[in-house]
Design a binder for this molecule. Structure first.
Ligand code: UDP
Length: 494
């Protein structure tokens, strides 16, 4: 008789940047053919997700209701994508209302399976409260951090300790993470920089982060060999296993569900890149949600033009405008910029969404001017592309620090959405990295070494298992051991 597959329940936070790595993780687990995967989310998110599942996928999608209006949010708000940034705190707080529904769903799942519990529940870093339900049913509970170990270790320590509020100096150490070395106040997002921890959102947020310590283990979307200090922080802090299982990257064929309107097709991009020499093009993008100020945009445009380098730049309306607002080149870029660079064949300005992975995998790409979002970092380094860092918010500041100070594949060119940038400084850094300078060559060599490290981490062959594959095995084993212990305990009770 065929053995029934173990069920793994997964519950991402309702934001594309969180749903995407969860989906990829779900697909990876499904591929092992050992597990039934159940993805939990709200109706509108599941509808989108459905369209990005491969046709033959057997992943179950289970709905959980969410009434945004009851939380003073616009109707049908189920994803951070559909709200302006200032509503994020309200949205995050509202997600706690999902708890009783989640509990009911797990109870029904257990009943349907004649008392057979899921092997484990993997929840988002923002949904740590799921541990109550998991532990009530004696189910293994892991939190999945979609970002990097170092980035989130710094972020966690800052929120929990607020060290910058206890000194007048601009530079300081993290009290429980001295290994991270000095941080500067400019490496902290404005909200965190300003709070003394007593306003209601800060109290809520800190509580949410502290829930991580109650999980049975933490999965991190990172590679052990590249992120040792950050992983060590969480192991030391929580005394629980921490499994680096990354990079968990959504493959190009499953990106349909991202639901974005492309400003250019992958085919056209490739054709344009094919006309450019090897390692001669700079790719510029600030991710899926962030943007820079109008004045910074003008300086960047002038720097790109003056550098004479080939480039692809994904432009979005500057800060202060909705990210989906139509881009007005004449208002936000130097006069005639787009026409000139198009005429010269020097650059492509992409409005809306670009096929980023296809671009970064092209051999004519030389460097990536990036906000250092963790997915972008993985996508660049998996293709051996060095980074010119312009972190804008959150963990991006610490990702940039790790890449520059520890791994040596990045130089930071600017920091934040409000800093003053000058075209001369921007072009100097672009040339430093892209030209045959000692630094540029060194960065490219290091990025290529990192590419090999990443490739090896996810290698799963008969005689070789990479560190991320091993970590995933260890995590699944830990869940199985807990299951066996639970069974033993209930037998003893009888
Ligand atoms: N992305 C893309 N095209 C774009 C902008 C972004 O495909 O025009 C993708 C990118 O490949 C990455 C994700 O969106 O997978 C952005 O994630 P990241 O963690 O880098 O930054 P975030 O958007 O979360 O700040």
């Amino acid at each position: 008789m065929a053995q029934r597959k173990e069920n793994i329940v997964m519950f991402p936070f309702m934001a594309q940047g969180h749903i995407i790595p969860f989906l990829e993780l779900a697909l990876q687990l499904e591929k092992t053919n050992k597990y039934t995967i159940t993805l939990v989310n709200t109706p509108l998110n599941l509808k989108k997700l459905k369209s990005s599942l491969p046709q033959n996928s057997s992943i179950h999608l289970l709905e959980i209701p969410f009434n945004s209006v009851a939380h003073d949010l616009p109707p049908c708000t189920e994803n951070t994508d559909s709200i302006p940034y200032h509503l994020f705190p309200k949205f995050l707080q509202a997600t706690v209302s999902l708890e009783p529904h989640f509990k009911k769903l797990i109870s029904e799942l257990v009943n349907e399976q004649n008392g057979q519990k899921p092997l484990c529940i993997i929840t988002d870093m923002f949904l740590g409260w799921c541990k109550e339900t998991a532990h009530e049913y004696g189910i293994f509970h892991a939190i999945f951090i979609g970002g990097g170990g170092f980035g989130f270790a710094c972020f966690y320590s800052l929120w929990v300790n607020l060290p910058h509020r206890k000194t007048d100096a601009d530079e300081f150490l993290l009290p429980d993470f001295p290994e991270a070395s000095t941080l500067h106040v400019t490496q902290i997002s404005p909200y965190l920089r300003a709070t003394d921890g007593s306003d209601s959102f800060s109290v809520f947020y800190k509580k949410l982060l502290l829930l991580w310590k109650d999980a049975d283990g933490i999965l991190v979307n990172t590679v052990e060999e590249l992120d040792k200090i950050g992983l060590m922080y969480f192991k030391r802090k929580f005394g629980r296993p921490v499994w680096p299982i990354g990079p968990v990257l959504l493959s190009t064929e499953n990106r349909g569900g991202v639901g974005k309107e492309y400003g250019i097709s992958a085919e056209l991009c490739r054709k344009w890149l094919d006309t450019k020499p090897y390692s001669s093009v700079l790719y510029v993008s600030f991710g899926s949600q962030n943007t820079i100020a109008a004045s910074q945009m003008v300086q960047l445009a002038m720097a790109l033009e003056a550098s004479g380098k080939n480039f692809i730049w994904v432009v979005r309306p500057p800060t202060g405008f909705d990210i989906n607002y139509e881009f007005k080149a004449n208002e936000w870029l130097p006069r005639g910029f787009e026409e000139r660079i198009k005429g010269l064949g020097q650059g492509l300005v992409v409005h809306k969404w670009a096929p980023q992975v296809e671009i970064l995998s092209h051999t004519s790409i030389s460097a990536f001017l990036s906000h250092c979002g963790w997915n972008s970092v993985h996508e660049a380094l998996s293709h051996g592309v060095p980074i010119i860092g312009w972190p804008l918010t959150g963990d991006q500041f610490y990702n940039s620090k790790l890449l520059e100070e520890e791994i040596g594949v990045c130089v930071e060119v600017a920091r934040g959405m409000n800093c003053e940038v000058l075209k001369e400084d921007l072009s100097a850094k672009i040339e430093l990295v892209m030209n045959e300078t000692e630094k540029g060559v060194d960065m490219r060599n290091k990025a290529n070494d990192v590419k090999v490290i990443i490739k090896n981490a996810v290698r799963n062959e008969k005689n070789f298992k990479g560190s991320s594959v091993k970590a995933m095995d260890q995590f699944l084993n830990a869940a199985l051991i807990m299951r066996e212990m639970e069974k033993g305990a209930s037998k003893n009770e009888v």
